[in-house]
Design a protein around this ligand. Structure first.
Ligand SMILES: [Zn+2]
Length: 155
């Protein structure tokens, strides 16, 4: 796992955190009577997303077998779906920057991106550290400091 992958992961997590928090902030400003319920659901949802993130990280770092990861992830996603349904069933909050559905889609997209990133890392590991030169795109040998094809110096 290189620095770029780590930064990408952190950036995605920030996106998720912002989007998870935003409906709650809007709810506080506009819908005081449903704030407590919405706040509770939003907190549950954030906690589930955090658990999914931790799960993915443990899987990605090889601490968790595929089967267990898949099973636990399915369970967490189902719980998250239930929470999101309950949030939808609350009185709608007027949206300034997009509808709640739009925000859910963005969060799901961020999770999908993290999942794809994990998948790519797993694939790279399975192919014996088979990364590619960022300069010319040719496969690089794991131990080499320079690209055998274009001479690019690896970080
Ligand atoms: Zn190269």
């Amino acid at each position: 796992m290189d620095i770029g992958s780590i930064l990408l992961g952190i950036a995605l997590l920030v996106i998720v955190a912002v989007y998870v928090g935003r409906p709650f902030l809007r709810a506080r400003a506009t819908q005081r009577e449903t704030m407590t319920e919405r706040e509770g659901l939003a907190a549950q949802k954030a906690a589930l997303l955090e658990q999914i993130r931790t799960l993915d990280f443990e899987h990605e770092t090889g601490k968790m077998p595929d089967a267990e990861h898949r099973q636990q992830r399915t369970r967490l996603l189902n719980e998250a779906a239930t929470i999101m349904k309950q949030l939808d069933d609350l009185a709608p909050v007027p949206a300034r920057n997009g509808s709640p559905a739009r925000i859910e889609a963005d969060v799901e997209a961020a999770i999908a991106a993290i999942r794809a990133w994990n998948r790519d890392n797993t694939r790279a590991r399975e192919h014996g550290n088979g990364r590619f030169c960022t300069q010319c795109g040719k496969p690089r040998d794991a131990g080499n400091k320079f690209c055998a094809h274009c001479g690019f110096r690896f970080a």
